[in-house]
Design a protein around this ligand. Structure first.
Ligand code: NAD
Ligand code: ZN
Length: 251
C-alpha cells in the first residue's frame, strides 16, 4: 500500500524529526502562484526564444526583449506566495528548515516570510544601470516596464541582478548552497526538474552525507531514484498537508 496519503505521512514523519532541513525549489513551486515555468507544457519557451530573451548576449543586444518577456514572467500575473511558499516559511519558524535554496528569481519565498534564502539565479529585486551605475528596485522598474530606461542617464541597459544564460552563478551563494546540502539531515526538493547544473548536483551531495531526501514534483524526473519519498503532485496542496501532519506529530 503506497498511496499519496501514505507518502505524505512518511514525508511528514521524516520532516518532524529533522534538525536541519534544507529546501531546494524550482519554477514548479511558483506555478500555482500563476508564474509560468520555462520548460514543459505551457512553458515560456514555447513562446520565446531563450537565446534572445534570457542569454547575456541577447540582453546586451536588445534589453527591451528581456523586459517584454519579464512581463509574462512577473507583471501580468501579480503573483502572491502560495501554500507551498508559506509552509516552508512556517517550517523555518518552527526551527526545522534552516535554509531555502532556490533557482527562482520571483522573490516569493521572502514575501512568504522565509529568512534564509539562497538565490542561485539571483532575483529581480534590484536592477542596475550598466552605463552609469544607478540602482533601482523592482517596484521602480515595474512602473516603467513598457519603456524601461535609466532616469539618470537614459540608457536602456537596465540589468536585473539575475543570472542570464552564459553568466556564472554567484560563487559565494553556490558554495553556501553546497555547504547547506552537505550538512542537512533532510533535503526537500520541490517543483524542479533537477536538470539544470550545477544545481542538480545538490541532492547528490545531501545523499552522500547521509540525509533523507524528499521530492515533490508534478512530473517524474530522471533523479527520482535518489529520493526516499517521491510525491508526484502539486506543490501547494501537498506542502499544506505535510505541514499539518508535521504539526500534529510535534504536538
Ligand atoms: P524547472 O527545471 O525547475 O522545472 C519545473 C518543474 O516543476 C517541472 O518538472 C514540472 O513538472 C514541475 N511543476 C510544474 N508545476 C508544478 C506544481 N504545481 N507543483 C509541483 N511541481 C510542478 O523549471 P523550468 O521551468 O525548466 O526553468 C528553468 C530555470 O528557470 C530554473 O532555474 C527555474 O527555477 C527558472 N525559472 C524561474 C521562475 C520563477 O522565478 N518563478 C519561472 C520560470 C523559470
Ligand atoms: Zn544610467
Amino acid at each position: 500500500m503506497d498511496r499519496i496519503s501514505d507518502r505524505i505521512r512518511k514525508a511528514a514523519e521524516i520532516i518532524a524529526k529533522a534538525k536541519h532541513a534544507v529546501v531546494f525549489t524550482g519554477a514548479g513551486i511558483s506555478a500555482e502562484s500563476g508564474i509560468p515555468t520555462f520548460r514543459g507544457k505551457g512553458g515560456l519557451w514555447e513562446k520565446y526564444d531563450p537565446e534572445e530573451v534570457a542569454s547575456i548576449s541577447g540582453f546586451m543586444r536588445n534589453p527591451r526583449a528581456f523586459w517584454e518577456f519579464s512581463k509574462d514572467l512577473l507583471v501580468k500575473v501579480k503573483a502572491e506566495p502560495n501554500d507551498a511558499h508559506k509552509a516552508i516559511a512556517e517550517l523555518e519558524e518552527m526551527g526545522i528548515v534552516k535554509a531555502v535554496i532556490t533557482q527562482n528569481v520571483d522573490m516569493l519565498h521572502q514575501r512568504a516570510g522565509s529568512k534564509k534564502v539562497l538565490e542561485l539565479h539571483g532575483s529581480m529585486s534590484y536592477v542596475d544601470c550598466l552605463k552609469c551605475g544607478a540602482i533601482y528596485v523592482w517596484e521602480d522598474i515595474e512602473k516603467i516596464i513598457d519603456n524601461p530606461a535609466c532616469k539618470n542617464c537614459g540608457s536602456e541597459l537596465l540589468k536585473p541582478r539575475v543570472v542570464f544564460f552564459g553568466e556564472p552563478l554567484p560563487s559565494g551563494i553556490l558554495s553556501e548552497a553546497m555547504e547547506e546540502s552537505r550538512k542537512c539531515d533532510v533535503f526537500i526538493a520541490i517543483g524542479t526538474s533537477l536538470v539544470v547544473y550545477p544545481a542538480a548536483h545538490l541532492p547528490f551531495m545531501a545523499k552522500d552525507h547521509g540525509a533523507k531526501l524528499i521530492l515533490i514534483n508534478a512530473e517524474p524526473t530522471d533523479k527520482d531514484y535518489l529520493f526516499d519519498v517521491v510525491i508526484h503532485d502539486k506543490a501547494a496542496p501537498t506542502m499544506k498537508k505535510i505541514l499539518e501532519k508535521v504539526k500534529e506529530l510535534r504536538g
